[in-house]
Design a protein around this ligand. Structure first.
Ligand SMILES: [Ca+2]
Ligand SMILES: [Ca+2]
Ligand SMILES: [Ca+2]
Ligand SMILES: [Ca+2]
Length: 259
């Protein structure tokens, strides 16, 4: 068996793919690549419909440090690449890359993945993922535990269950009174439950016992209940998707109103 500099490392199955003209097609499944023989891999992808897509690398070898660049086709010859549209090197975990792009319908794109420092050899493997049905998480993420709550500041909040089925919200009432807690405007894959918790008696940064909850008292799958809050009181609110679904069409609006 050969060792050292003369050892021949296996190329990935998509080689030779070192120019846009030699691209390999992305057919919907994650692709296992490496930089054993060269530091550039070109991939072509076609989208039938318009939508937001996420391009990312994952499962990097110890010496892999990827950059992804997305290119439009050339305007007059769609078999070759046109101008770059988006690029990322290190937005993913570790040295991995991650970018989102909203594509047109019935359009192909070129994806170039490179090793950032141009090095090749062992342990340069990576997986390329193109998520065709990516949904942007709401702006309150990450809010998946009581300590990561987002504050409710008098305005209704637009959430979704794009990335997980649990959203925690914190609220403060300066004056006493009955409030109505509701979800509304649910997407077809949203089926909310709301629970209201007092703060923990000894550590007010975490939730204590539940004092009210509801799943389906609102219209359709929406949630609604009222609670009489004393003055100068704080609560944690947990909204969950009862059907366990994440991704598309899971949007909902959360609102608290004085009665
Ligand atoms: Ca390769
Ligand atoms: Ca290559
Ligand atoms: Ca959310
Ligand atoms: Ca969440």
């Amino acid at each position: 068996m050969l060792t050292g500099p003369n050892r021949i490392l296996p190329k990935d199955e998509f080689e030779e793919d070192d120019t846009p003209e030699e691209f390999s097609s992305y057919t919907g499944q994650p692709q296992l690549h490496n930089f054993t023989d060269d530091a550039v891999d070109w991939v072509g992808v076609f989208f039938n419909s318009a939508g937001t897509r996420r391009f990312s690398t994952s499962s990097l070898g110890s010496r892999a440090d990827t950059c992804i660049t997305l290119f439009a086709p050339n305007a007059t010859n769609t078999d070759i690449s046109g101008p770059p549209l988006a690029s990322d090197c290190d937005s993913g975990p570790g040295q991995s890359s991650q970018l989102t792009f909203t594509s047109a319908a019935n359009k192909g794109y070129f994806v170039r993945v490179t090793q950032e420092d141009g090095s090749i050899g062992e342990n340069t493997n990576y997986t390329l993922n193109i998520d065709f049905e990516f949904v942007q998480p709401d702006s309150f993420e990450q809010d998946d535990s009581p300590v990561d709550f987002s504050p409710y500041l008098s305005q209704p909040q637009q959430h979704n269950f794009a990335d997980d089925t649990t959203d925690w919200i914190g609220i403060y009432f300066g004056t006493p009174g009955v409030r109505q807690f509701t979800t509304l405007g649910l997407g077809q894959n949203a089926d909310t439950c709301i629970s209201l918790f007092r703060p923990n008696a000894t550590n007010s940064g975490t939730s204590g016992p539940a004092v009210a909850s509801d799943c389906d008292s609102g219209p359709g799958q929406a949630s609604r209940f009222t609670f009489d809050a004393p003055e100068d009181s704080s609560y944690f609110i947990r909204v969950t998707n009862q059907n366990g679904l994440v991704g598309e069409d899971t949007e909902y609006t959360f609102s608290v109103n004085s009665q």
